[in-house]
Design a binder for this molecule. Structure first.
Ligand code: ADP
Ligand code: MG
Length: 256
């Protein structure tokens, strides 16, 4: 396996705080790589630097051996990196299908269209319906996004992220705030997506990680302190030390 993504010595300073601290990470082509760590460890800050929303203070990010450290978001999207945003990109007043059509349009490199035009375009409708089908939301395509259930909105966000046909999917806590039923649905969706995409997944739900992740990296105080298989990480003494109360069957890491 070759590395699709390589992070070298990445540091991000917020004033006096080192949110990323000489961070190293390798994500292999095709794997689902989970990123775990206590709240405030710097997981989202890392995602933001990978997607290009914030620039590192030091260090490098390579994607397919290309240095993308300073590339803007849209260029990373064009290279095959996509991030699922949490609710912020959904237009609540538009249907699920229309939301995906807008995402498809944004990725076809068209100049900006008026919404009313976008709604009519069959060349947007067909791929958008296909994407909704992939996330299991096609039967709900005509429902206004604001009326979708929480889990369905997450499915919609993922469909929108898929509109750029990404190689690497960045997912920051896709199960956050979800009930058991919704979680099961999203985990099934991720199981399907992992066959076609490399995934970097931030998640607190250890059951989800057990079933999804090929490898796990543990982030503490802005640095990756361990990378390994799920079993290796569960039994890693340093990891257990970093999480208070983890000795309880190693089942569920507790968050600071
Ligand atoms: P995690 O996602 O692991 O919970 P974050 O990456 O959100 O952690 O945050 C890491 C640390 O960086 C936290 O202490 C947080 O308060 C701080 N931080 C995150 N974003 C900013 C910002 N834009 N400005 C200042 N501090 C920030
Ligand atoms: Mg976070």
């Amino acid at each position: 396996m070759t590395d699709l993504l390589r992070v070298e010595n990445l540091s991000k300073r917020f004033g006096g705080l080192l949110a990323s601290n000489a961070l190293n990470l390798q994500v292999a082509e095709g794997e689902t790589h989970a990123l775990i760590g206590p709240n405030g460890a710097g997981k989202s800050t890392l995602m933001n630097q990978l997607s290009g929303e914030i620039l590192p203070s030091e260090g490098h990010i390579f994607f397919r051996e290309q240095d993308i450290t300073k590339l803007p978001v849209y260029k990373r999207t064009a290279l095959g990196i996509a991030r699922s945003y949490q609710l912020t990109t959904i237009f609540n007043g538009f249907s699920a299908l229309e939301n995906v059509m807008l995402a498809v349009q944004a990725n076809q490199g068209h100049s900006f269209h008026f919404w009313s035009n976008a709604r009519k375009e069959p060349q947007l409708r067909t791929p958008a319906a296909e994407l909704l089908g992939r996330v299991g939301l096609l039967p709900r395509g005509d429902v206004v996004a604001g009326d979708l259930a929480h889990g369905e909105q997450r499915q919609l966000e993922i469909a929108m992220a898929l509109a750029s046909n990404p190689t690497l999917l960045l997912l920051d806590e896709p199960l956050a705030g979800m009930g058991v039923e919704d979680s099961v649905q999203i985990i099934q969706l991720l199981e399907a997506l992992k066959k076609e995409h490399t995934i970097l997944l931030i998640e607190h739900d250890m059951n989800a990680i057990f079933s999804l992740a090929d490898r796990v990296s543990v982030l503490v105080y802005g640095s990756v302190i361990a990378t390994g298989s799920v079993d290796e990480i569960r039994t890693n003494a340093e990891v257990q030390k970093a999480y208070l109360g983890t000795k309880r069957e190693g089942q569920r890491f507790q968050h600071a």
